[in-house]
Design a protein around this ligand. Structure first.
Ligand SMILES: [Fe+2]
Ligand SMILES: [Fe+2]
Length: 472
């Protein structure tokens, strides 16, 4: 007891003021005193008693007669100088190695002192703590010394860590063989805005507002792909003379020739892919004819020739373009006109246009619960959305394949600074029903398809010959 009292007074001389000033908690006092229970936790009972002594000067009963401090606990008392006891305990998986004292300050030092064989053991966790302890010198004075607790959890090294490391060997990849699994393909042809402007002085000079080289690339693509499906995404006619707003005279009188040339181009698609199903979606520009009828000649709307009561309406795009002769299905009813590809991809011309590249498909995909393709914005945009359902993950895509009209400002209502791009779209469905979409940008009449650079031709001589319109 006497020894404990001496120790307590010595402790009070060094730490008492700090305990009082900082109102140290029992855990902090236990740490200063190096007191631990046999289980390794801070010995709070004795720490509280020490704190009471520091604050009141009275020796609490709980301290007197208390069991001796653990031999490894703390820096206090007459411990041999510069000696750290290394304790090793077995765990269910591995061991702990721990030391306290002045000598061992690092993990490496601890492992060396415990003679841990690094070829057999691996450290999974470690802690290092430092605090001030104090000891009595030979002359009976007390001085503070830094003390360290170093503890490591070690486990037997797994086999893969024992395996020798070998340099990486670079093995060349064998050329891959394309899967024999067949895919269904659809070529998507967006807004061509077919039409002309007639020169104000030279009435025999007609400038197309559609891009014939881009049209020719669409034909070449259909020839190369032999798709099951071709979709004309709407606004294949500009119909500026039929618009609601006043227009300049340069477009007047061009509609008939426009129909002729567009019929020829669609005929080229039919020849390029004879077995393809071709669908033509109504866009807001085709819708101009129906709207004019409803606004100004309602009685004409829905009329059919008496000799062909089951055919298309008299004044309608399918009839004017002769789509039946080309075996092309027309899907009218803009803005509600839409169709589905393989029951998986919603296809529509669209009426939404957001400012900025990527903004429109980005906005449409937010609420989409299927993949979709749209035209109308004349911009190349493609994005995806992956959702988690009860059946697992599903990814939807939204694509706008741009346009094949001219983008240099010649299209009525546009200017050369418009953010438009030319392109075509390809959609594929794998045998297992997966949908894959890709954009094929067109730049200055050129496009890359399957690694080949393709050049578009205006086909002007062919068009003149085929339509008889020599002024084109
Ligand atoms: Fe449009
Ligand atoms: Fe358009």
């Amino acid at each position: 007891m006497g020894t404990d009292l001496d120790w307590l007074r010595a402790f009070e001389a060094v730490y008492g003021q700090r305990i009082r000033d900082n109102k140290c908690c029992a855990t902090a006092v236990a740490r200063m005193a190096g007191l631990q229970t046999p289980e390794g936790a801070p010995d709070l009972i004795r720490a509280k008693a020490i704190a009471t002594f520091s604050r009141t000067g009275k020796v609490p009963d709980s301290l007197l007669g208390a069991p001796d401090r653990s031999p490894t606990a703390g820096p206090i008392g007459k411990r041999p100088k510069n000696v750290s006891a290394v304790e090793i305990q077995d765990l269910k998986e591995g061991k702990t190695v721990a030391s306290k004292g002045q000598r061992i300050k690092t993990l490496e030092g601890l492992l060396a002192a415990a003679e841990v064989d690094p070829s057999v053991w691996v450290v999974t966790k470690s802690v290092i703590n430092k605090w001030d302890g104090f000891i009595k010198t030979k002359s009976g004075k007390t001085r503070t010394v830094p003390l360290w607790q170093v503890k490591a959890w070690i486990a037997r090294k797994p086999e893969f860590l024992k395996a020798p490391v070998q340099p990486v060997r670079h093995i060349p990849r064998k050329p891959s063989k394309p899967s024999k699994e067949s895919t269904s393909t659809c070529v998507v042809i967006p807004d061509s805005q077919n039409g002309y402007r007639i020169h104000s002085q030279h009435k025999d000079r007609w400038e197309p507002i559609h891009d014939r080289r881009a049209w020719d690339l669409a034909v070449q693509l259909c020839q190369r792909e032999q798709p099951e499906e071709i979709i004309l995404l709407g606004d294949m006619l500009d119909l500026a003379p039929v618009g609601r707003w006043p227009i300049d005279n340069s477009v007047m009188g061009t509609t008939y020739t426009t129909m002729h040339e567009l019929h020829w181009w669609i005929g080229q698609l039919r020849q390029a892919a004879p077995s393809a199903r071709i669908r033509y979606l109504e866009g807001n520009h085709e819708h101009r004819i129906r709207r004019q009828l409803l606004d100004n000649m309602r009685e004409m709307s829905g009329l059919r020739p008496v000799t062909d009561p089951d055919g298309p309406e008299l004044v309608s795009i399918p009839r004017l373009l002769g789509l039946k002769d080309l075996d092309v299905e027309y899907i009218g009813g803009y803005p509600g006109a839409e169709t589905w590809l393989w029951s998986k991809v919603r296809v529509l011309h669209g009426s939404t246009a957001k400012r900025g590249s990527g903004a429109t498909v980005g906005s449409l995909i937010k609420d989409a619960n299927a993949s979709l393709i749209m035209g109308h914005i004349h911009r190349l945009e493609l994005c995806g959305k992956t959702v988690t359902t009860a059946q697992g993950q599903a990814t939807y895509y939204a694509m706008s394949p741009g346009c094949i009209c001219r983008i240099d400002g010649v299209v009525p209502g546009s200017d050369p600074k418009r953010n438009w791009q030319q392109g075509l779209g390809i959609v594929r469905r794998t045998k297992r029903g997966k949908i894959l979409m890709s954009l094929l940008p067109i730049a200055h009449g050129e496009m890359v398809h399957n690694g080949d650079l393709l050049s578009g031709s205006s086909r002007i001589e062919d068009i003149r010959k085929a339509t008889g319109h020599k002024w084109l």
